[in-house]
Design a protein around this ligand. Structure first.
Ligand SMILES: O=P(O)(O)OC[C@H]1O[C@H](O[C@H]2O[C@H](CO)[C@@H](O)[C@H](O)[C@H]2O)[C@H](O)[C@@H](O)[C@@H]1O
Length: 250
């Protein structure tokens, strides 16, 4: 299936504006889902298109991810590039991050509690550790594990200062309050762009879609309810969308 005509038309219209920010989620958008998060790789051509966009006149590019910043840079190879990297759902940025005082202690305490609960209740649940969060992974696990992971996450989130985000095959427990929408709006305001294009697939990307303005272009990648105005069927369309934008801006 080709990229829908309405998406192509919206891209052509937004690309005609003088100052444009093109931003995208990582997992499920640039990179197809895999079992081991460290095996994720961006689809061919996507990083190149973002890099080209960031080099084009009046154009900026960003990757906005739930990954922690260091992992995002490692997986994308974008460290030191002109493409802005925003990690930890907006909690960290390549433009500079100061995590709130006590974050390391709070996440260490959370980690200890979650590790204990997982060891006691179902060691098949895989854990990912970030500077601001602990993630319980259930992708590929038998159905009976899912409610156990959900219960552990729900219980951990009763602790003051812990936020629970349920994503695709993950329960993320964060000790820092941040969201992608706030982070992207701040970036767009700093750059004084005329419009933002954003591609996302998951619940945390809805924080962006809901704050986009009438001139912005939100593209939901894949099925599910969304506040995005436009949609493509799955992440295999993303290289074409980014290449089209890159060619329109160069
Ligand atoms: O905001 P994103 O860039 O989409 O990051 C969201 C979470 O992505 C990762 O988990 C997802 O991808 C994994 C690898 O494909 C997959 O195994 C998992 O089921 C997905 O939910 C990442 O591991 C999380 O830390 C991110 O928060």
């Amino acid at each position: 299936m080709p990229v829908p005509q309405e998406v192509t038309s919206a891209l052509a219209a937004v690309a005609a504006l003088p100052r444009l920010l093109v931003a995208t989620d990582f997992d499920g958008v640039l990179a197809p889902f895999v079992l081991d998060p460290m095996d994720s790789r961006a689809q061919p051509g996507t990083i190149e298109a973002l890099t080209d966009l960031a080099a084009a006149q009046g154009t900026w590019a960003a990757v906005v991810s739930g990954r922690d910043l260091a992992t995002l840079e490692q997986l994308t190879g974008l460290a030191g590039s002109a493409v802005t990297r925003i990690g930890s759902h907006g909690g960290e940025s390549s433009a500079g991050t100061v995590l709130p005082e006590g974050t390391a202690e709070a996440v260490a305490g959370l980690r200890e509690r979650v590790e204990r609960a997982v060891a006691d209740r179902d060691p098949r649940i895989r854990l990912e550790h970030k500077p601001t969060a602990v993630v319980l992974h259930t992708r590929g696990l038998p159905a009976e594990v899912l409610p156990v992971a959900a219960a552990i996450a729900t219980e951990a989130a009763t602790q003051e200062g812990v936020t629970h985000l349920a994503g695709k095959g993950v329960h993320e427990l964060s000790v820092v309050r941040a969201d992608k929408g706030t982070a992207l709006r701040a970036l767009a305001a700093t750059l004084e762009v005329d419009a933002t294009v954003y591609l996302g697939d998951d619940v945390t990307d809805e924080h962006v879609f809901t704050v986009l303005g009438p001139d912005d272009v939100g593209i939901k990648v894949g099925p599910g309810e969304s506040a995005a105005r436009l949609r493509v069927d799955d992440c295999t369309h993303v290289p074409e969308v980014l290449a089209a934008l890159s060619s329109l801006r160069s």
